[in-house]
Ligand binder design. Structure first.
Ligand SMILES: [Zn+2]
Length: 120
């Protein structure tokens, strides 16, 4: 990640840490407040017993946890000095792209090839 200046890395790191804090706070809020939870699939609601509730909580946690994991991974890569390099082709990912999507692990070309099945 030699193409990034120390200031740029510091800025991205700050963004990641803020994102992480917000995610954890919102996940905790959602779990506390059941009105924030949207049910999907009518058949499932009929069986929304204790088991269903547990499943719902797990789902929220799972979704948030996935992004938190990506943030942790990005932070880890910063520590090891491999942040901002495309994992697919090894190209340096421009600061502007990292600024827009600090958790990204691929350059825009590789991401497009991957058909953007998943938003990062
Ligand atoms: Zn690439």
């Amino acid at each position: 990640m030699k193409h990034l200046t120390e200031d740029q890395i510091r800025e991205l790191k700050g963004t990641l840490i803020t994102m992480r804090e917000r995610l954890i706070a919102s996940a905790q809020e959602q779990i506390r407040d059941p009105s924030n939870v949207t049910f999907e699939g009518g058949d499932e609601i009929d069986r929304a017993d204790l088991e269903g509730e547990r499943y719902l909580t797990f789902r929220i946690k799972g979704r948030e946890a996935k992004l938190i994991h990506k943030i942790d991974y990005a932070l880890m890569k910063m520590e090891s000095g491999t942040y901002g390099v495309c994992e697919n082709c090894g190209a340096e990912i421009p600061f502007e792209r990292l600024k827009a999507r600090p958790v990204t692990t691929m350059c825009i070309e590789c991401k497009e090839l991957e058909e953007e099945l998943e938003n990062d």
